[in-house]
Design a protein around this ligand. Structure first.
Ligand code: 3SL
Length: 230
């Protein structure tokens, strides 16, 4: 069974304990996680505050990245644009990432039996990796407590790629994905968060995050870090 939660408010940490959870924040946290690991980062550690991110700086092998209000905080090496996470910047390094909504979603899922990062970029790989799981929760980060169009589209894309029954919201998300699939850049630009990124001059990020199945990898959570180890 696949259950979709449109916001973090729909899922308590306790309710996720036994499940396999896919954390989704298409714009842009989980797209950045996937891109950083694809570029050769050793790990990505999501943390919930700027202070914790800065405190984790230990030598040149650590890269501090993230955003508040879409913008790179003072003292950070990188923002939250997937395009910044190039092999030159992150290969063989540990990334510490803090973002407004996405990293809070990882904190919410931290006690789940299994946690992976999902996005449009890696939805087929995620669907394949979780094919044998009896209970899958697609945890959409949303935006400040409200559902996000792009997160639900990615949830629908995962439902579409999995051969399993889904909750009603999962079926609605799947149908929305099927309807929008032909032009995912336009679809992502339609939502509130996509429009905000366009206003910030970050339309390039929206296009980067809309590339369906661009990466065949699944970031998996262990001991507070996301890596490509299964
Ligand atoms: O909220 C988040 O986690 C971010 O991904 C939002 S932003 O796209 O970087 O503004």
């Amino acid at each position: 069974m696949i259950v979709v939660h449109a916001t973090l408010a729909q899922a308590s940490a306790d309710s996720l304990t036994g499940a396999a959870v896919v954390v989704i924040d298409v714009l842009r946290a989980t797209s950045t996680v996937v891109t950083a690991l694809a570029a050769g980062a050793r790990s990505v550690q999501p943390v919930t505050s700027i202070a914790r991110a800065l405190a984790a700086r230990h030598g040149p092998q650590v890269v501090i990245g993230g955003e508040r209000n879409g913008v790179r905080p003072a003292g950070f090496d990188l923002g939250n644009s997937p395009g910044e996470y190039t092999p030159e910047r992150v290969r063989d390094r540990d990334v510490i990432l803090t973002t407004t909504n996405g990293t809070r979603a990882f904190a919410r899922a931290a006690r789940a039996r299994r946690v992976v990062a999902g996005s449009l970029l890696n939805r087929a790989a995620v669907a394949r990796a979780l094919a044998e799981e009896p209970e899958v929760v697609l945890l959409c980060s949303g935006n400040q407590g409200t559902p996000s169009f792009e997160d639900l589209l990615a949830a629908g894309a995962i439902v579409d790629a999995m051969d399993a029954p889904a909750s009603d919201l999962g079926l609605m998300a799947r149908d929305a994905f099927r309807q929008e699939r032909a032009d995912l850049v336009r679809a992502l630009e339609t939502g509130r968060h996509g429009r905000r990124l366009l206003e910030l001059g970050l339309g390039q990020d929206v296009a980067l995050c809309a590339r369906l199945d661009a990466y065949d990898l699944v970031p998996s959570w262990r001991d507070g870090r996301l890596t490509l180890r299964p």
